[in-house]
Design a protein around this ligand. Structure first.
Ligand code: HEC
Length: 206
């Protein structure tokens, strides 16, 4: 009988010898997988990935000395309008398509403040301070480059539109501002062309 007990005992010890290290190993794994509180992280996967909220800075920062594809840096500071105005020229041809594109961009981004005709009577006025008229003599005398500059970097209360309006579209807007100025002060045959166009449209509709 004692023999049997000893046998049982030794079998039990043998079993314990096998199980205990395994048990320790499992406990160690469990402790390691516990996350932030533990000193050692076993297979952390994406536990510590940097979390970025929508609209926050991109996770891939810019690399120093490089520029994004298709981006050309704008060399003039906010106070360098005169310099930019003299140096930049509108190379976009004055075609009907470009005027219409300018109208579309102007009506999308500028009308809310400057008004459909550029008089400074947009729908946000007077909750937002009234901007000066774009039909003024001052702006008529500005070069397209100066207009481009203001659209790009803004002016005082007006924000810059470099991030929203592509360079070619800024030039198209400059053309369209000229069209608004001309429309406010028609010259020569302007009205004749206008009346003929209206007539054509009416005839077309009938
Ligand atoms: C949020 C309102 C707002 C929007 C949108 C806006 N502007 Fe302005 N803009 C202003 C204000 C206000 C001023 C006057 C800033 C100042 O006090 O110098 C101004 C000034 C200007 C001037 C200079 C006028 C002057 O007499 O000095 C130009 C040119 C101009 N804006 C063009 C544009 C164009 C083109 C767009 C569209 C791409 C545009 N703005 C969009 C508010 C706006």
């Amino acid at each position: 009988m004692w023999n049997n007990v000893r046998l049982c005992g030794s079998a039990y010890v043998r079993m314990l010898r096998r199980i205990v290290p395994l048990w320790f190993f499992v406990m160690l794994l469990a402790a390691c997988a516990g996350g932030e509180q533990t000193a050692v992280e076993f297979m952390p996967h994406m536990m510590d990935s940097p979390a970025v909220k929508a609209q926050e800075a991109p996770m891939r920062g810019t690399i120093e000395g490089t520029i994004p594809r298709g981006f050309s840096p704008y060399p003039y500071g906010i106070d360098e309008g005169e310099l930019a105005g003299a140096a930049l020229h509108n190379a976009l041809p004055r075609t009907e398509a470009n005027f219409l594109r300018g109208q579309q961009v102007f009506n999308t981004y500028c009308t809310v403040c400057h008004g459909e005709r550029g008089k400074g009577d947009g729908s946000v006025v007077p909750k937002f301070p009234r901007p000066p008229s774009l039909l003024s003599e001052k702006i008529q005398n500005w070069s397209d480059g100066r207009l481009y500059h203001v659209i790009t970097v803004g002016q005082n209360l007006m924000p810059g539109y470099a991030g929203k309006v592509r360079p070619a579209d800024r030039w198209a807007v400059a053309h369209y501002v000229r069209a608004l100025q001309r429309a406010s002060n028609p010259q020569g045959d302007d009205m004749k062309h206008y009346k003929r166009r209206i007539l054509h449209e009416r005839i077309g509709r009938e």
